[in-house]
Design a protein around this ligand. Structure first.
Ligand SMILES: C[S@@+](CC[C@H](N)C(=O)[O-])C[C@H]1O[C@@H](n2cnc3c(N)ncnc32)[C@H](O)[C@@H]1O
Length: 218
């Protein structure tokens, strides 16, 4: 395995994270042992962050021991890889409004102790601000809502100054009539008061009409 970033590996074809819970799969992914270490295959068709890495993301925002606020965690597919990356001393506060998804995430949190599920609409930040009063090192968002940029900006209040965030932008959820490039420009402009834009990664062919916008809080 070649190291791509801290905690993220490649065998030349596929991406992997080192399994924090040896022997345990989360969503049917392949487990691979190399030189005595177990890795979990990371599928770019199932994870927008993985798609961004496959498409040339220059910075891995999830470090060892990071405190992460993850909006739109769903059942925890990507969260499980973030869990590998932040390790047993990191924590991922996972917000999702789907009760069904949250049931699966709660089960995952029993196996992976760095996952902290929160059933809430990410627009209602007062529902979970009590957990985040010391601030977070990373803000990640993957919710397909018309006002996804506004949700991200609202939650930026928790992100420490100088820290990284990433917004997975689904342009089709914002407008069906405007072109994806125009939507990207308009949404990026909204972020510029609060963030420096570090990189924009087109997620095709893994995800149609999606971009990952990597930002740093001013
Ligand atoms: C595309 S899925 C996320 C997939 C996940 N990030 C992954 O890679 O494994 C989007 C999720 O956002 C959640 N969602 C949509 N609007 C939301 C909101 N306003 N607040 C919290 N979660 C929301 C949905 O319930 C859904 O689970």
């Amino acid at each position: 395995m070649d190291k791509k970033f801290e905690g993220i590996y490649s065998n030349g074809k596929k991406l992997f994270t080192q399994n924090l819970v040896c022997g345990a799969k989360v969503y049917g992914e392949k487990l691979v042992v190399d030189a005595g270490t177990e890795y979990r295959e990371w599928n770019p068709f199932k994870s927008k962050y993985c798609a961004a890495i496959a498409n040339g993301l220059k910075t891995n925002i999830f470090g060892k021991d990071s405190v992460v606020l993850y909006l739109g965690s769903a059942e925890g597919t990507t969260v499980s890889h973030v869990s590998d990356l932040v390790g047993s001393k990191g924590v991922i506060f996972c917000v999702d409004l789907s009760e069904i998804a949250m049931q699966k995430l709660n089960a995952l949190a029993k196996i992976r102790e760095n996952i902290f599920p929160i059933l809430s609409d990410a627009q209602k930040i007062d529902n979970y601000s009590e957990y985040l009063d010391e601030g977070v090192d990373v803000l990640f968002q993957d919710v397909s809502q018309r006002n996804q940029t506004e949700i991200f900006l609202k939650n930026a209040v928790f992100l420490k100054k100088g820290s990284f965030g990433a917004l997975s932008l689904k342009t089709k959820s914002i407008s069906q009539s405007k072109g994806k490039k125009q939507i990207l420009e308009e949404e990026t402009a909204k972020l510029e008061d609060v963030f420096t834009i570090e990189q924009i990664v087109n997620l095709e062919p893994f995800e149609k009409e999606h971009y990952l916008i990597l930002v740093r809080k001013k």
